[in-house]
Design a protein around this ligand. Structure first.
Ligand code: GLU
Length: 326
């Protein structure tokens, strides 16, 4: 954000410096399980922060489009909650973090439910809950939901979708296992297609920040004023992000950074500071757990610098949002 005299605000300068600092960090590797992701430019890097009153701070390649991948799981969980309510969704997918890989073919032994909505099995289960009489109706309902979060039209990248679809054997195996236990209905190919489509939606870093800011703003998009998700489900969504959102780094993330967050193999991370800001970071170089290397560093530094950790009491009653406007 630049003021009238063309001088960046103090927070914008802070973001510019953060971007400059980590631009030279080249650790990690881009996802390569499908050729479309392996082709991405590893140097891409952007940070965007949007406040609940609609101020936008951004730096780097923030208009660059990429596929949303696992970050979509957060929002589809929200739609499943809207469609069926909390109690029913809980019969189909649990809320326990898992130390297993996000794509493990595992269900909870006692309940036969997938462990949580942030791992693939759980996400396929929540996707299968989206209401609609035909696949196109379900896809359109999902697209409309995402459009409310980002305030513009959203599209599926067809080549990523086709690649996900032809190589997604583990995801198919999970769907069959869940069908075996009656956790999803028989239209598993339709549910899988919708899951592959949601992973293949094109977003940019600003969209990520706006989605996070919408969650921070009780479900209302701070720029368009449109309600994207019912406020009563925000606590369900944020608690899943907090405990399960960062692959097998979720515990360390909660300890060090202390914010509800979700990452995806695209290199995106969203993080939510409730009632204050949404953070989006995009950099496709991933660590061995699947989280963006620069993304984790940026969020760690923002959290430490501004006392954003949920349980940080060092800043007293000082709100980050109030500091921004001074
Ligand atoms: N499309 C990926 C999959 O289903 C999502 C990976 C991710 O971002 O975690 O395996």
């Amino acid at each position: 954000m630049i003021n009238h005299s063309g001088v960046p605000s103090p927070f914008q300068s802070f973001l510019n410096d953060l971007h400059f600092k980590y631009k030279s960090l080249h650790d990690g590797a881009v996802a390569n399980y499908i050729p479309e992701l392996a082709k991405v430019d590893p140097n891409l890097f952007s940070i965007c922060v949007i406040t609940v009153d609609g101020q936008v701070y951004e730096v780097g390649d923030y208009n660059q489009l990429f596929t949303i991948q696992s970050i979509s799981k957060v929002f589809v969980h929200g739609l499943a909650l809207k469609d069926h309510g909390r109690d029913y969704v809980l019969t189909k997918v649990g809320v326990e973090p898992t130390g297993d890989a996000f794509n493990a073919i595992i269900l909870d032994e006692r309940s036969n439910r997938p462990l949580n909505p942030m791992v693939n099995a759980g996400a396929i289960a929540t996707t299968s809950l989206i209401k609609g009489s035909r696949p196109t109706e379900r896809l359109n309902r999902m697209l409309n939901m995402f459009q409310r979060y980002i305030g513009r039209d959203i599209f599926v990248d067809i080549s990523v979708f086709m690649s996900e679809r032809t190589t997604g054997h583990r995801n198919r195996a999970m769907a069959h296992l869940m069908l075996n236990f009656g956790m999803i209905d028989e239209k598993i190919d339709e549910a899988l297609d919708l899951y592959f489509q949601q992973c293949s939606l094109m977003v940019n870093c600003r969209d990520l920040a706006l989605m996070a800011a919408t969650l921070a703003n009780k479900g209302t998009n701070p720029i368009t004023g449109e309600q994207a998700v019912e406020s009563c489900y925000i606590k369900d969504i944020l608690s899943m992000m907090y405990t399960c959102g960062m692959y097998n780094f979720a515990g360390e993330w909660a300890y060090k950074i202390g914010l509800p967050a979700k990452s995806g193999v695209c290199g995106g991370i969203i993080a939510v500071v409730r009632n204050q800001i949404g953070i989006g970071v995009f950099s496709p170089l991933l660590d061995s757990l699947g989280d963006s290397v620069r993304g984790v560093k940026v969020c760690e530094e923002l959290s430490q610098q501004f006392g954003l950790h949920l349980f940080d009491s060092s800043m007293g009653s000082c709100r980050f949002l109030d500091m921004l406007s001074t």
